[in-house]
Design a protein around this ligand. Structure first.
Ligand SMILES: C[S@@+](CC[C@H](N)C(=O)[O-])C[C@H]1O[C@@H](n2cnc3c(N)ncnc32)[C@H](O)[C@@H]1O
Ligand SMILES: [Zn+2]
Length: 311
C-alpha cells in the first residue's frame, strides 16, 4: 500500500506559517510528509523537524523527504513530549509549529492497524505499535462506567450505555479482539429504527471513541499545543488542524487563554497575576476547506484550522 494522503488545508497552512527561508519549523504530525514536503521546499538555510509516534509514518516520510538532505530531521516521539524532544535535538525556540491532528488515511486504510471497521483485522488502533495497550486490551478490561464514558465523551455516542452493555455481554462469551467483532457488537446494540436512520456506519463514532482513548489523543493535544506555544519565537506562528469538536475546543481554549494573558478570576477588580498575553490570534474563527478541496478529499469535511502568532 502506498502512503496516499492528501494534505488538508495545505495552502492555508503554508500561508499561516508565514515561512521564513532560514527559520526552524516543526511538523508535529509528520504522517506521510505531505505538509512537510512543501514547508521544506520553501526553506533555504532553515530546517524542518518532523515528529511522529508511528514508525511506518517516519519511514514513509523519510523516503519522501530524502531529497532535502540535512535540511530535514525526523524524530520519533509523541508530541506530548515536545519539550524534551526539542531539548534532545538541541533546539530552543522555533519559528513555526504545525499540528495536523488525528490519524492519516494511510493508518486508516492499512487493515492490520485495526483502525477501520471496513476491514477485518486484529483490533489494535495504536499509532505507536511499540507501546501502550491495544483497543482489544482496553475493551477486554474496561469496566462498564469507563466504556460508557469513552463512548459518550469521545464518540458523542447517544447509545453509549447500550453499546457498553453489549460489549460486556459479548466479551463474557469470547474476546472482542477484531475490528469486525467490535463492529458487529456495536451495531447489535442499536435499536433497529435508529440503525436504519444512520447515514454513516453505526460503528463509526465508537471506533473514533476507542481510537481517541487508546492513543490518549486529547491529553496529547493539550500538552503538545501548550508546549509549542511556549517554544515559539516572538513573531513565530502555530497552525493546528483539528477534525472533531473536542480537539477544536481544546485548541481554541489554549489559544484564547494565551491571548488573554491575565488568569485572575473575572470578579477581581484589578489584575494581580501580571501575566502578559503570549499569543495574538490570527484566526478569530477557524478556517475550513474550500469547495474544490471538499470535492477532492473526504478528510477535509470536518477540518478546522486555527492560527496564532507569538507576541
Ligand atoms: C493526519 S496525519 C498527518 C498527515 C501529514 N500532515 C501529511 O500531510 O502527510 C497525523 C499523523 O500524526 C501522527 N500523530 C497523531 N498524534 C500524535 C502524537 N500525539 N504524537 C506524535 N504523532 C502523532 C499520526 O501517527 C499520523 O501519522
Ligand atoms: Zn491577572
Amino acid at each position: 500500500m502506498s502512503f496516499e494522503h492528501k494534505s488538508v488545508l495545505l495552502e492555508e497552512c503554508l500561508e499561516g506559517l508565514d515561512i521564513k527561508p532560514d527559520g526552524i519549523y516543526v511538523d508535529c504530525t509528520l504522517g506521510g510528509g505531505g505538509h512537510s514536503y512543501h514547508i521544506a521546499s520553501r526553506l533555504e538555510g532553515g530546517r524542518l523537524i518532523g515528529l511522529d509516534r508511528d514508525d511506518d509514518a517516519l519511514k514513509a516520510a523519510g523516503e519522501r523527504l530524502s531529497c532535502f538532505g540535512e535540511r530535514v530531521v525526523l524524530y520519533k516521539t509523541n508530541f506530548s513530549e515536545l519539550s524534551s524532544a526539542l531539548d534532545d535535538l538541541g533546539i530552543d525556540k522555533v519559528d513555526g509549529f504545525l499540528f495536523d491532528l488525528g490519524v492519516s488515511s494511510y493508518q486508516l486504510d492499512t487493515p492490520e492497524r485495526g483502525f477501520s471497521y471496513r476491514y477485518d483485522a486484529p483490533l489494535d488502533m495504536r499509532m505507536d505499535r511499540t507501546s501502550g495497550i491495544t483497543a482489544a486490551e482496553l475493551i477486554e478490561t474496561a469496566e462498564y462506567g469507563e466504556l460508557v464514558a469513552i463512548l459518550r465523551d469521545y464518540g458523542e455516542e447517544k447509545f453509549a450505555p447500550q453499546i457498553a452493555s453489549a460489549i460486556i455481554r459479548a466479551r463474557q462469551t469470547s474476546p472482542i479482539d477484531t475490528t469486525f467483532a467490535l463492529r458487529d457488537v456495536v451495531a447489535s446494540a442499536f435499536p433497529a429504527k435508529a440503525r436504519a436512520k444512520e447515514k454513516q456506519h453505526p460503528a463509526k463514532r465508537s471506533f473514533q471513541a476507542f481510537r481517541i482513548a487508546v492513543n490518549s489523543e486529547l491529553e496529547s493535544v493539550r500538552s503538545g499545543v501548550s508546549s509549542a506555544v511556549d517554544r515559539l519565537k516572538s513573531g513565530g506562528r502555530i497552525c493546528v488542524i483539528s477534525f472533531h469538536s473536542l480537539e477544536d475546543r481544546i485548541v481554541k481554549n489554549i489559544f484564547a487563554e494565551a491571548a488573554e494573558g491575565c488568569t485572575c478570576p473575572r470578579d477581581f477588580p484589578v489584575c494581580v497575576c501580571g501575566a502578559d498575553p503570549k499569543l495574538k490570534l490570527i484566526t478569530k474563527h477557524p478556517i475550513t476547506s474550500k469547495e474544490d478541496e471538499l470535492e477532492d478529499n473526504s478528510r477535509a469535511h470536518s477540518a478546522k484550522l486555527r492560527i496564532a502568532e507569538r507576541r
